[in-house]
Write a protein that binds this ligand. Structure first.
Ligand SMILES: Cc1cc2nc3c(=O)[nH]c(=O)nc-3n(C[C@H](O)[C@H](O)[C@H](O)COP(=O)(O)OP(=O)(O)OC[C@H]3O[C@@H](n4cnc5c(N)ncnc54)[C@H](O)[C@@H]3O)c2cc1C
Length: 538
């Protein structure tokens, strides 16, 4: 459904069961859970779906090897449950979003003999905790085998390695697909619409004040309950309810850099078990490039955090330490930064040690806030939030229990892993394009392929498999409203290659202007906005 249709449904005076504020992993997950139970749901996102933290993750579907270590060392039940839930949810996500996710093997290089039994035992325990959702068995690797699996690895002093398995996914498209699947189940979804205030009747929240971020128009929307799922911004919404409420969120930034694919083999990642500040670091193959991250530095809440030079240097320093290949700043093709929404503990000074678990809070005014957690556990968070909302807001629905455990996400139901061959045979695509379309759109790929026949078959930019037809598809069917919505979130280009994005922007703008009827002023604003984003953080 198009944006205008959705906005009309939000302005026709009807009362919703739930307004969900925030279109990241948490909000999109909640919208899907609530809509599939039969609730009348409005999902409101002030920017684009997943424009916040949810498109800037490491893209791992994991229990969290590091949290397991903390759980065992400190006999910490919260961390232990977080890992266990994460491993269970990992299995479900890999099944329900098959086209957007994959299993990936990791090599953990070990340079000290006494680390070998410690790391191996830890990863074996990780396997055991995944129970029925186990996706592969960890095993020891000889020095030679570790080097064969990850050829760029520094060989001097290497003693052995451990191989283990986790999941990997395309976070931005996952959030969008959750929102679009929710829409298929009746939710009204709106990006570029902000919640600018809360409505109250007799001291209780009765809806929200909405502002169209593109036109500036304001209106009111009534609902039985409002769920605040705004990640790093939850305190802003909590303060709309009660200006004196103490903050519950602390944020830290994490950046990623993208290097050429020669830094990571196509099917194996590297887990560096101990950085100079005692964390883990990943080098992953992602979309035919190498993704390296992440950092963890306390930060202020801001919409588009800009990566700092020292953060980039930190990552490059670790790559140099673990690789035989030389690397420097000119090798970095793209860099982006995300804010971790951490439920704060006033006692803890080090944000790396704050729990990544989620909390649900009810305010006396009736605002339900959900904060914390991680991408991998979005479905469990949604389930908890909607169960809670039923009681808190006295809701009734045809299906009062969660329906998402085995629900395929849009694109996944009839996904065929070998669908790229059909695309090559039927449309004559180059193999890289066919593989990309198949894994990005799943069983919807033929719709983009059909649009190529209308004269949109060209690549948007050389050396990347992204097509002009995708721009048209994104504007027509996927609620893309800005050029950067397409280049950074409908396709992964802006996260992979800043220069290529700059080159692709004019044609993207041209297609969107034609499809969405933009005038010259709007086109000029878009030109400026994309340059700002590419220079100051996506
Ligand atoms: C560097 C980094 C790496 C990570 N890696 C992983 C990983 O590999 N695997 C994993 O499982 N997890 C990972 N995480 C965690 C995961 O990304 C987050 O837990 C998750 O994305 C948070 O989603 P969210 O929806 O709560 O927040 P967000 O994605 O930030 O979404 C909140 C949304 O609310 C919107 N909003 C704010 N105010 C308003 C308003 N007034 N009106 C309407 N909308 C509003 C924002 O625009 C935003 O889109 C990582 C996090 C970081 C920072």
């Amino acid at each position: 459904m198009g944006r205008q249709t959705n906005l009309q449904k939000l302005t026709d005076g009807s009362t919703f069961d739930l307004i969900i504020v925030g279109g990241g992993a948490t909000g999109c997950g909640i919208a899907l859970d609530a809509a599939t139970r039969g609730l009348k749901v409005a999902l409101i996102e002030k920017n684009d779906f997943s424009e916040g933290t949810s498109s800037r993750s490491t893209k791992l579907v994991h229990g969290g090897v590091r949290y397991l270590e903390m759980a065992v060392k400190k006999l910490d039940r919260v961390q232990y449950n977080l890992v266990k839930d994460g491993l269970h949810e990992r299995g479900l996500l890999l099944k329900n979003a098959r086209h957007l996710s994959n299993r990936i093997s990791f090599v953990t290089p070990l340079y000290k003999w006494f680390d070998v039994p410690y790391v191996f035992a830890g990863l074996k325990f990780y396997d055991i905790l995944s129970g029925k959702q186990n996706i592969g068995h960890s095993r020891l690797l000889s020095r030679k085998e570790a080097l064969r699996r990850f050829p760029g690895l520094k060989s001097a002093g290497l003693k052995a390695g451990v191989l283990y398995y986790d999941g990997q996914f395309h976070d931005a498209r996952m959030a969008l697909s959750l929102a679009l699947t929710a829409e298929q189940h009746g939710a009204v979804i709106a990006n570029h619409v902000a919640v600018s205030g809360l409505l109250k009747e007799n001291g209780k929240i009765s809806g929200a004040e909405l502002t169209d971020s593109l036109s500036g128009e304001n209106w009111q929307l009534k609902a039985k309950g409002v769920i605040n799922a705004t990640g790093p911004f939850v305190d802003q919404i909590r303060m709309m309810d009660n200006p004196d409420t103490p903050k519950i969120i602390t944020t830290s930034t994490g950046i990623h850099i993208i290097l050429d694919k020669r830094f990571a083999p196509p099917d194996t990642g590297l887990m560096i078990p101990e950085t100079e500040d005692g964390r883990v670091l990943f080098v992953l193959p992602w979309e035919n490039h190498a993704l390296i991250g992440t950092t963890d530095e306390p930060a202020e809440v801001t919409e588009h955090p800009q990566p700092l030079d020292e953060e980039i240097d930190y990552l490059l320093r670790h790559v140099t330490r673990y690789f035989n290949l030389q690397v420097n700043r000119s090798d970095v093709k793209a860099v982006w930064s995300g804010l971790r929404p951490l439920v704060s503990d006033p006692e803890a000074a080090d944000t790396a040690k704050l729990a990544r678990d989620h909390v649900i809070e009810d305010s006396p005014g009736g605002l339900l806030t959900i904060a914390g957690g991680k991408w991998t556990t979005y479905r469990k968070m949604a389930l908890d939030a909607v169960d809670h909302a039923f009681k808190q807001f006295n809701l009734a629905a045809p299906k009062p229990t969660c329906q998402t455990e085995q629900l395929p996400i849009l694109g996944s139901a009839d996904y065929n892993e070998k669908g790229d061959l059909e695309l090559i045979n039927k449309y004559g695509f180059d193999p890289d394009i066919a593989a990309y379309l198949n894994r990005t759109y799943g069983d919807q790929a033929s719709k983009i392929a059909e649009l190529t026949l209308d004269g949109y078959s060209a690549r948007l930019v050389e050396d990347h498999p992204v097509l002009e037809a995708e721009v048209l598809y994104a504007a027509r069917y996927e609620l893309a409203e800005r050029v950067i919505d397409v280049l950074a979130r409908r396709m992964p280009l802006a996260l992979l290659d800043t220069e290529a994005t700059r080159q692709a922007a004019p044609r993207t703008l041209e297609i969107m202007a034609m499809e969405l009827g933009w005038d010259q002023q709007r086109c000029d604003e878009e030109k400026e906005w994309i340059e700002t984003r590419l220079n100051k953080g996506i």
